[in-house]
Design a protein around this ligand. Structure first.
Ligand code: GLA
Length: 350
């Protein structure tokens, strides 16, 4: 076993191909071992939760402000992570500006009410709130931390996961219920206004490899491209060991790149419910093949900007809670030792 704090750097191994990132939690920035591990292995960071609307929107201040079109924001959590990234010279992806999840329900209510079933705000109101929110966040971040964010996840997960008919949106989300697809365009137009030079605007979604969903995402991307509103396709990459299909991942990445977009893998993990020898080897094989595929695409000229793991060690992965069984999905184990999967990823870089 190799100590993750000392083994050769992941990001250095991939420096000539793409950035290697990790989603981090606030606690990691106070923990000396995590700090060392993060600095050693990643040259891109994503906040796991601290930059989502629920972490930024401030209801008490919004009520005090009394403007029904403009919510108040609190950047305490955003700034804490931005300082860590800035002080360690690690660029950030901002995740995420518009999402149906982890956005407080009061944001959608006519009078900012937090009651269940409160009367929803009108479409016009919601589009104004959305634009104001996005511009507030981007202006704050770009003024206070110039040059630190290189990509904005503008909209997260707009395509219906149980999709049977290509082209359908996640219509049950409060954004679609109130605004239809206009919310997507308002979000991306606002982000174009708020972006600083050198920053890319990303559409981010899961199961982006799956052919029916892929084609629906492509329809959406084309509409956004018609107004020059999107630069990057974010393929989340939450895989399950028994179902992971690397050929489909490759086909999808090629299809998105064929639109002229940059590609990022934004939330990589592979759910694996044992750390016995067989599972460890299988996980290593999948990670090695996956990175070899990404490296091959990059060598062919496909513009892969970054590959971000969702978490740092198996200990802090969301998957154990989500899958309700112990998960071993990442490259570093609970004791911060590098796993066989780490070796496979390092080997694929050679
Ligand atoms: C989604 C979101 C992320 C995160 C993961 C799971 O993919 O985009 O922000 O919540 O789920 O933790």
């Amino acid at each position: 076993m190799k100590d993750a704090l000392q083994c050769p750097s992941l990001f250095k191994a991939y420096e000539k191909y793409f950035r290697i990132g990790a989603a981090v939690s606030s606690f990691m920035t106070f923990d000396p071992a995590y700090r060392t591990l993060i600095r050693r292995h990643y040259n891109s960071l994503t906040a796991d939760n601290q930059m989502k609307p629920e972490s930024v929107l401030d209801r008490a201040a919004t009520l005090a402000k009394g403007d029904l079109l403009h919510a108040a924001v609190d950047f305490t959590r955003v700034d804490a992570l931005m300082y860590f990234a800035r002080d360690n010279g690690i660029p950030m992806r901002y995740h995420t500006l518009a999402w149906h999840n982890q956005t407080p329900r009061w944001f959608f209510a006519k009078d900012w009410s937090d009651a269940e079933g409160a009367e929803p705000a009108s479409k016009e109101t919601m589009l104004a709130r959305l634009e104001n929110y996005i511009l507030d966040v981007m202006t704050h971040v770009n003024e206070k931390f110039p040059g630190l964010v290189y990509t904005w996840d503008v909209v997260n997960e707009a395509i219906e996961p149980e999709l049977k008919v290509p082209g359908l949106y996640r219509t049950w989300s409060p954004w679609f219920k109130t605004c239809g697809e206009d919310f997507l365009f308002t979000a991306f137009r606002a982000a174009r206004k708020g972006q600083a030079p050198g920053q890319t605007l990303c559409y981010n979604d899961y199961n982006a490899f799956e052919p029916v969903k892929r084609d629906a995402i492509i329809d959406l991307l084309k509409k956004l491209q018609a107004e020059n509103l999107v630069d990057t396709m974010g393929m989340q990459g939450h895989y399950v060991m028994d179902w992971m299909n690397i050929s489909l991942c490759e086909e999808a990445a090629r299809a998105y790149a064929a639109l002229g977009l940059k590609i990022q893998v934004t939330e990589l993990d592979i759910h694996c419910n044992s750390d016995d020898e067989t599972h460890s080897q299988r996980l290593a094989q999948l990670y090695g093949d996956y990175f070899a595929m990404l490296k091959k695409l990059k060598e062919e000229g496909i513009d892969i900007e970054a590959v971000t793991f969702w978490g740092v060690t198996d200990q802090d992965s969301w998957l154990t809670g989500f899958r309700k069984e112990t998960s071993y999905p990442l490259l570093f184990d609970r004791a911060k030792q590098a796993k066989d999967a780490y070796d496979a990823v390092m080997k694929a870089a050679k």
